[in-house]
Design a binder for this molecule. Structure first.
Ligand code: DX5
Ligand code: ZN
Length: 217
């Protein structure tokens, strides 16, 4: 049995109560804190920034799962408080030199994940396995919470797992309690959990995480 990482999407948490939200999520057994960075250019939205990440690092030791939805991520890694134990994903489509970006992320002590938009085939990762620690497969269009799963992305998870048996495969977008089971069955071992599950209010954080990790409802 693979360990399943449940990474809460902080853009879906109560923004005015972030300290309490993060404390409660960690106490409930959440894994890495997923932080969506959106630049208003690569995606049509602007989301979480560097000061929030620095503040989290001052108060908590939980590793971050930084998802860069920004143009030319390789030029901007120095803006972020990336360190040992963190995961950093950047979009294949947004980067001019994915190998170099992976290397730079690893030099900062973090794991490098290549993020794939729904239209980017998993095959682009062939040849990048040596420098990447995994892939983040977008299961909705990047940019907004609250969308519906694009069903074809499940097959993409399956293909990615077959091609990369030992890498991290993270699913991001519409990870509902039902879709979580479908995604992990297809081979995902990390789930970005937002408005569709953890923050839906259906269960408390602890119960939600238990179910998302494969426990019975
Ligand atoms: C985008 C985000 C979203 C979102 C997840 O990268 O990570 O996918 O916050 O939550 P829902 O469940 O709303 O898709
Ligand atoms: Zn994300």
């Amino acid at each position: 049995m693979r360990r399943i990482f449940v990474n809460p999407s902080l853009m879906c948490a109560d923004q005015l109560r972030m300290y309490g939200e993060i404390s409660a999520l960690i106490a409930a057994g959440a894994d890495l804190l997923h932080i969506d960075v959106m630049d208003g250019s690569f995606v049509p939205n602007i989301q979480l920034g560097t000061e929030l990440m620095k503040a989290i690092k001052r108060e908590f030791s939980q590793p971050l799962d930084i998802h860069l939805m920004i143009d030319r991520p390789g030029d901007k890694l120095g803006y972020f408080p990336i360190g040992e134990g963190d995961w950093v994903s950047f979009h294949y489509k947004a980067s001019r030199d994915p190998v170099r970006v992976c290397e730079a992320i690893r030099e900062m002590g973090a794991k490098a994940l290549i993020a794939l938009d729904p239209e980017t085939p998993a095959g682009v990762c062939a040849g990048l396995e040596g420098c990447a620690d995994g892939v983040l497969i977008m299961t909705v269009r990047p940019g907004h919470a609250g969308q519906k799963l694009i069903p074809e992305t499940i097959e993409k998870i399956r293909r990615a797992r077959a091609a990369m048996p030992d890498k991290i495969i993270e699913a991001d977008g519409n990870v509902s309690f039902k879709n979580a089971g479908i995604m992990t069955e297809a081979g995902a071992d990390a789930l970005v959990c937002g408005s569709s599950s953890l923050f839906s209010g259906e269960y408390g954080y602890e119960e939600s995480i238990r179910i998302l990790k494969g426990g019975k409802k």
